[in-house]
Design a protein around this ligand. Structure first.
Ligand code: SF4
Length: 322
């Protein structure tokens, strides 16, 4: 079985039960996004391929840790030898840091507003980067919204000014305003990710009350002009009730703008806890559409230096997952 087929099946389950030696140092604990606040997740890797799975005692997938990261994965009667990756805050190889762990908005798929985490100080963030400096190649920054979108961006800009001295590529994913791409570029950010989240405006307005779908498209368009091709990304969730045709239209519209879509299988938590993860068959169908659309626009996910397209843990990434 090709890795991409196996990864689609693993992502369709999304969870893994851990056994064997203690694996605490390999458990990633997220403070942002749909997986935030859960019981953690592990990155299982075979060679350069990796998948991130939430830790859960109820999963049909089991990883047995033999110590020092060596592990076997048992799934559908197969046994695969690999290793666990040590996360550098949230994901391996990057310091991916959530600046503010709470949010005034209530996107239905996201746990952050329920966690009510605090805002990190600049000193805390610098300390976090220092603590993993010897094993990261990038810094990625995301954030909830503590007071207002404008105030959050101003704080994130201050944070970034203190991180450029590390001479690492910096990726930023925050909720934007019209001028955000230019301001981030001006202070030395390398890549940006502004998330559409939903394939249609209709679904977006149900999922993210109070946020502006049209503005995100406008900001993505501007971002490509400012950051260039292969430097702008946008998450779109698979499984919010959209059809395959709607998803295909959204993917093609993004790639026509030279934005690389990040197609994220729904993790049914928070207000969507009753929904189902997309099937492996659907993930593979969308993967084929995604792969074609990127190729037609000459976009190459291998060039990503930061954030999710570089990490590849949570999604099928064309050209990287083969
Ligand atoms: S793919 Fe993105 S959200 Fe998933 S672990 Fe990697 S950086 Fe985090």
């Amino acid at each position: 079985m090709h890795w991409k087929d196996l990864k689609a099946r693993l992502l369709a389950v999304g969870k893994v039960q851990m056994a064997g030696e203690p694996a605490e140092r390999y458990i990633a604990r997220s403070a942002a996004g749909p997986g935030a606040g859960g019981s953690g997740a592990v990155f299982f890797a075979i060679g350069n391929y990796r998948v991130k799975l939430a830790v859960s005692p109820e999963s049909s997938i089991q990883v047995v840790h033999h110590g020092s990261g060596t592990a076997d994965l048992f799934f559908e009667g197969r046994s695969l030898s690999g290793h666990l990756l040590e996360p550098g805050f949230h994901c391996p190889d990057q310091a991916y840091i959530t600046v503010t762990g709470s949010c005034i908005f209530s996107c239905r798929y996201c746990s952050v507003p329920r966690i009510g985490g605090k805002r990190k100080t600049i000193e805390e963030i610098r300390g976090m980067v220092e603590s993993v400096r010897d094993r990261i190649h990038a810094i990625s920054i995301t954030s909830g919204v503590l007071n207002s979108i404008e105030e959050e961006e101003a704080y994130v800009l201050e944070v970034i000014k203190h991180l450029t001295a590390y001479n690492l590529p910096i990726g930023v994913s925050i909720y934007p305003t019209a001028g955000t791409p230019d301001r981030l570029k001006d202070i030395g950010v390398a890549e940006v990710k502004f998330n559409l989240e939903a394939a249609t405006s209709h679904i977006f307005s149900r999922m993210c009350p109070g946020l502006d779908y049209g503005l995100i498209w406008q900001v993505l368009d501007r971002s490509v002009k400012v950051f260039g091709k292969n430097r702008v990304f946008s998450n779109v969730i698979i499984g919010l009730g959209e059809t395959d045709a709607e998803l295909e239209t959204c993917i093609k519209k993004l790639t026509a703008l030279e934005v690389i879509p990040v197609l994220r299988p729904l993790n049914p938590v928070a207000g969507l806890a009753g929904m189902r993860r997309p099937s492996a068959k659907r993930l593979m169908k969308i993967f084929a559409i995604h792969t074609r659309a990127l190729a037609e626009s000459g976009l190459d996910p291998r060039l990503a230096m930061t954030m999710c397209t570089n990490c590849t843990g949570c999604d099928l990434v064309p050209v990287r997952d083969v």
